[in-house]
Design a protein around this ligand. Structure first.
Ligand SMILES: Cc1ncc(COP(=O)(O)O)c(C=O)c1O
Length: 397
């Protein structure tokens, strides 16, 4: 779909590393260069026309993001530098004050470092107990395992909507319903879901949602943090400076603004946010349901073709996403990735920032093929052809 919109695809490259970051359509660079060339100015600071235009453009994107995830108001949308930044802002700006020693946080072993490490840090700081929700035989999170893990000490469940290694879509709506009845908060990492399917924060009823623009055709250095309305006042800034304060004086009295400004200290990535706005309009035109359906069809085709190769082990055949994680018997995943790169195919090898998942799947490194709407069956056929190469091991050695 829409391949002509992506300059890099004309080079013949096959890009299967969309879980790491996606390719960028021309509308992104056009809108970013329009800002830099034609109205480059700061937002929320100037009283002249150009700066007012910049502020309006920037704030319009907040409205677009709010509509994209069906937030009640754009005040619930904070622009950050990415998912990692968003998660840290909530763990250290909210949970640091909300939780106390002995409280329990539920995570899974397949979470990304951007969830696990801030929780490890806060747990050392205030004495939290970290517990892991058991994964089933497909390495997935089930409602039963969530229920089993919850105790009367559980105060937070922090997990990805779709995991970046296993690609499983977690039953977030059911988890929220069950958890909220017990006063448990839900911090949901949408880095691998928002780019690929319709996500409705009111329907899911999450307390916090985080995602990154660069994983959905947008620029690097722009992320989103959504905060539920009744929690907004209790989130404290962890970065201080211009733009987030209403007043301060020599006796150190300071008045901070409300959401979202209090969490956006300093000059933001204005060009990136404006570019992200154009990308959201672009993706809306294609349609998120269409993107998801297309990716799932493509993923099924990929699985079917991978089954033709005995040496390939697929770790997540049934997951509801375009993420497919494999190993080739007798070939180190990094070597497989380097071999494919020789033929212009980009994949990702390693632990995928989920370093403790090895405790569950007993294997540290894998090779990940992650799809997006511009990938095709023909690209998959080329991948399979190269994986079937009878001399593959000789080429690698
Ligand atoms: C599930 C998940 N969470 C968080 C992140 C971190 O995103 P970023 O590097 O944009 O902050 C990633 C990136 O790979 C991810 O896949």
């Amino acid at each position: 779909m829409n391949r002509d919109d992506f300059n890099l695809l004309s080079s013949g490259i096959i890009y299967f590393d969309n879980g790491a970051t996606t390719l960028k359509p021309k509308v992104l660079s056009e809108s970013v260069s329009d800002y830099y060339n034609n109205y480059s100015s700061n937002a929320h600071r100037g009283d002249y026309q150009m700066s007012i235009k910049t502020s309006t453009m920037y704030e319009n994107v907040r409205k677009l993001v709010s509509k994209l995830i069906n937030a009640k108001s754009e005040k619930q949308i904070v622009f950050t530098s990415g998912t990692t930044d968003s998660i840290n802002k909530i763990i250290f700006g909210y949970f640091r004050y909300y939780l106390k020693e002995g409280d329990e946080v539920l995570l899974t072993k397949s979470e990304h470092a951007s969830t696990l490490l801030p929780w490890f840090e806060l747990s050392d700081e205030i004495g939290l107990n970290i517990k892991y929700i058991e994964l089933d035989e497909n390495h997935e999170v089930t409602m039963e395992s969530v229920k089993k893990a919850i105790s009367d000490k559980t105060k937070v469940i922090s997990l990805a909507h779709i995991s970046n290694v296993v690609g499983d879509e977690r039953p977030i709506k059911d988890i929220c319903k069950y958890a909220h009845k017990r006063g448990i908060k839900l911090l949901v990492d949408g880095a691998q879901s928002v780019p690929h399917l319709k996500v409705d924060v009111q329907d899911l009823d999450v307390d916090f949602l985080t995602f990154s623009a660069h994983k959905m055709c947008g620029p690097t250095g722009v992320g989103v943090l959504y905060v539920k309305e009744d929690i907004m006042e209790d989130v404290r800034p962890i970065i201080f400076g211009g733009g987030m304060n209403a007043d301060f004086s020599t006796d150190k009295t300071r008045i901070y603004k409300s959401m979202p400004d209090k969490l956006e200290a300093g000059t933001p990535n204005i060009a990136g946010v404006i570019g992200f706005g154009e990308v959201i309009k672009y993706l809306n035109k294609i349609g998120f349901d269409e993107i998801h359906d297309y990716e799932i069809k493509l993923k099924k085709y990929l699985i079917k073709r991978l089954r033709e190769i005995d040496q390939i082990k697929v770790y997540n055949e049934n997951s509801n996403s375009g993420i497919v994680t494999i190993n080739y018997d007798g070939i180190f995943p990094q070597d497989l990735s380097i071999y494919l790169d020789k033929y212009g195919i980009c994949t990702r090898a390693g632990s995928h920032c989920a370093k403790i998942l090895k405790d569950e799947i007993n294997i540290k490194n894998t090779c990940r093929i992650s799809l997006y709407f511009y990938n095709t069956k023909e690209e998959i056929d080329r991948l399979i052809f190269l994986l079937k190469n009878p001399k593959i091991k000789e080429e690698i050695i």
